[in-house]
Ligand binder design. Sequence first.
Ligand SMILES: [Cu+2]
Length: 223
Amino acid sequence: MAEHKKIAVLSAVLVLVVSLARFAQAGDVRGKVKAQGMRSPEDIVVYIDSIPGKTFPPPVLHAVMDQVRMEFVPHVLVILKGTSVNFLNDDPVQHNVYWPAIDNDRKLAHNMGTWPQGIVKSFTFDELGVVPLLCKVHSEMSGYIVVVPTPYFAVTDKEGNYTIKNVPPGRYTLKTWSEEAKPTTQAVTVQADMGTRAKPGCNCVPCGCAMRQTTNVDLTVKQ
Ligand SMILES: [Cu+2]
């Protein structure tokens, strides 16, 4: 083959590969978590476990854990490792924030201090695991921060529904964490969708909705 023809063929292949990569877009992983023997399927963390060879820069925006009406809000906050959390106090009384351990490691215990309404204190979570939040002023208060290794996570709603958005095609390990149930693990494959699910009436350039697909994974957790 003449040199210029080879170059032309290679260029065509390259254009095709680039276009395919553009079409193999991320999809959503969603489903329902059944909570056996538990009061509620709410506040269960569902996340994709560490992906070999992949690291994720933490978000610039801080996550927020509020204290309002004598409760940690949200009750369960899930974040990517390295994320900073702003701790707020929205009550007219002083609150404290401390954790006695991270993933049962007492060396990672920390006391953020006690402060009045309107003050914000930040902490960056560089260790993976479950951070049980407590308040030294109000012993009945409790909340959780769950630090996970990927940005692909969700927390279930009251009915146990969850949606993990924008997961690139690949094979992953889906994990759950909940205050009451034992952790579970489940393999999941997110397939590249080449545009076979166009919505009726959708002009898919440039909206791209046809490339989006949903992988359904229902889970069961037990105490
Ligand atoms: Cu308090």
